[in-house]
Write a protein that binds this ligand. Structure first.
Ligand SMILES: Cc1ncc(COP(=O)(O)O)c(C=O)c1O
Length: 430
C-alpha cells in the first residue's frame, strides 16, 4: 500500500515503500546486496544507501505532520520493509528543551537539550536496537549477541524479548547494576566479564561459530546507524528544518554521531533543509578514555586504541571504535572538533547540569556540559550560537554513580523549624 500525501492512517496498518538500494562499504565503497543479512566488509562497517530521488517523490516534510510522533514517521528513510513487522516499544520523539539558565551559566544562552532519556529503556540506544532487531527478525535471525557498556545491552535485551529472539549480553563487570538487571529481567543470558567492552566484543566474535548467534555489536551490522539517524531527522523537524550551529555528543562507539551526520547529508540531498548550513559536530570524551580526541588532535583518520581506559561515564569507555574513521570524517567534514573533559570533573558537571534544569543528565552527557563550558571559554563557541547537547540516557540508571546521602528526620521528635531552615538555606538565608 502506498502512503499518499495528507492521508491520516494509523502507521501500524500502513506498509511502507522501502527505498533501500544497496549497502556500501564505508572503507572502500564496495557495493553489497541489501536483500540478504550482512555484517561488515573487511571488518569495517557498511552504509545503507537509498534511492533519494524516489523518496523525494513519495514524501514531503508536510506529509510528516499528520503522522504519529514516533521515529517511524520517517519510515521512507529507514530500511524496514514494512510497518507491520517493526519491533517497537513505542519510540516516541524525544523533547528538544530550551535551557536558558544552564546555557547562560555556560555562556551560550541559546543552549537546547534533546532529552533521549525518555526513550524505551531510558536511553537513545533504543533507536538503534529497535531498528537492528527489526531487521534481524526480518532476515530470520533467532539468536543475537551483543557486547555492551550497559545501555545497549538493556535495549537489545528488551527488543529481543519483544521480537521473540534469544539474546546474549556481555558487559564489563563494573557495569551499572540497573543495566545488569534490565537484561536479566528481559530474559537475556547476561554475563559480567572481567575486562572492558573490547574484551566483551571478542567473546561475541568467538561465539559466532560456536553458538551461531548474529553479532549485534556497534557497527558490525548496518542497521543500528539507521535507527540512530532518527535523532538527526527529529532534530531537523523540531527546528523547522534549520539545523543548529553546533551539536555536542558523547562519543563511545560513535553510532549516534555518525548516524546524525548521515541524516543531515540525506536531508540536504532531499532538499528538505531550509538552508544548506550544516552543524559543527563536537565529539566529547573523557581524559580517561579519549582515542577519538587524540586522533583528531594528531590529524589521523584512524584512532590508536587507548590503554587502561577509565571513566565514570561508562557509555564512552570505548578504547577503540571500529567506526573511528567515520566519526573523524564526520567531525572534520562538519568543521567540528573533538574534546576531552577532565575525568575528575564529570560528576561535578553532572550535579550542576541536573540541578540547573531538572533534566536527568547521565554522566556521558554531563561531560558534554563541561565541554560546552570550555569551548565557550576558549571562544570556539559564540555566545549567540544555537547549541544542542544530546542527553543520551537517564541518570536514574546510574545508581552507583549518584552518591546521595539524605539527612534523616525523626518523626517522633518535635521539629525545630529554626534549625531546619538554617540547615536547608544556611544561616544567612534562614
Ligand atoms: C548514555 C550513553 N551515552 C553515549 C554513549 C556512546 O554512544 P555511541 O556508541 O553512539 O558513541 C553510550 C554508549 O553506550 C551511552 O550508553
Amino acid at each position: 500500500m502506498e502512503i499518499r500525501r495528507g492521508e491520516k492512517q494509523s502507521m501500524s496498518t500502513i506498509l511502507s515503500d522501502c527505498h533501500v538500494t544497496h549497502l556500501e562499504s564505508a572503507i572502500d565503497g564496495t557495493r553489497h546486496d541489501a536483500g540478504v543479512l550482512q555484517s561488515t566488509h573487511q571488518g569495517r562497517p557498511l552504509w545503507v544507501r537509498y534511492d533519494l530521488d524516489a523518496i523525494r517523490e513519495s514524501v514531503t516534510p508536510a506529509d510528516l505532520l499528520s503522522r504519529p510522533p514516533t521515529m517511524w514517521r520517517y519510515h521512507e528513510l529507514l530500511p524496514n520493509r514494512s510497518m507491520k513487522d517493526i519491533v517497537s516499544l513505542g519510540e516516541g520523539m524525544s523533547p528538544l528543551l530550551a535551557c536558558p539558565r544552564l546555557g547562560e551559566s555556560l555562556g551560550v544562552p541559546g543552549l537546547m537539550v534533546k532529552d533521549e532519556s525518555q526513550l524505551p529503556t531510558g536511553s537513545f540506544k533504543a533507536r538503534g536496537l529497535c531498528m537492528a532487531i527489526t531487521m534481524a527478525k526480518h532476515f530470520g535471525v533467532e539468536r543475537i549477541a551483543i557486547p555492551t557498556a550497559g545501555n545497549a545491552g538493556g535495549a537489545a535485551a528488551a527488543y529481543a524479548a519483544r521480537a521473540g529472539i534469544e539474546a546474549f549480553v556481555f558487559m564489563p563487570d563494573d557495569t551499572p547494576a540497573i543495566n545488569q538487571y534490565e537484561c536479566v529481567l528481559a530474559g537475556a543470558h547476561a554475563f559480567r566479564v572481567n575486562g572492558l567492552i573490547d574484551a566483551c566484543g571478542r567473546i561475541v566474535r568467538e561465539g559466532i561459530d560456536e553458538l551461531g548467534w548474529f553479532d549485534l555489536s556497534t557497527l558490525k551490522e548496518p542497521y543500528r546507524i539507521e535507527g540512530k539517524k532518527t535523532m538527526g531527522l527529529e532534530l531537523a523537524e523540531q527546528l523547522d528544518w534549520e539545523l543548529p550551529d553546533v551539536i555536542v555528543y558523547p562519543t563511545g562507539g560513535g553510532t549516534g554521531l555518525i548516524g546524525m551526520w548521515k541524516a543531515f547529508q540525506e536531508l540536504k540531498e532531499l532538499g528538505w533543509l531550509k538552508n544548506d548550513r550544516m552543524p559543527r559536530m563536537v565529539s566529547v570524551q573523557s581524559t580517561g578514555c579519549d582515542p577519538i580526541v587524540q586522533a583528531f588532535d594528531k590529524g589521523l583518520r584512524f584512532a590508536e586504541p587507548v590503554k587502561n581506559a577509565r571513566t565514570v561515564a561508562r557509555g564512552i569507555r570505548v578504547p577503540g571504535a571500529v567506526g573511528d574513521f567515520m566519526i573523524l570524517d564526520a567531525i572534520r567534514e562538519s568543521g567540528g572538533c573533538a574534546i576531552s573533559v577532565p575525568e575528575e570533573t564529570i560528576l561535578e558537571w553532572m550535579a550542576e547540569a541536573n540541578s540547573n534544569e531538572g533534566i536527568p543528565f547521565c554522566p556521558e552527557s554531563s561531560a558534554c556540559v563541561g565541554a560546552v563550558d570550555s569551548l565557550a571559554r576558549d571562544g570556539w563557541l559564540d555566545r549567540d550560537e544555537r547549541v544542542v547537547i544530546f542527553n543520551t540516557g537517564a541518570v536514574q540508571k546510574y545508581t552507583e554513580t549518584i552518591a546521595v546521602d539524605l539527612p534523616e528526620m525523626d518523626c517522633t521528635e518535635t521539629i525545630d523549624w529554626e534549625n531546619f531552615r538554617a540547615s536547608c538555606h544556611g544561616d544567612d538565608k534562614a
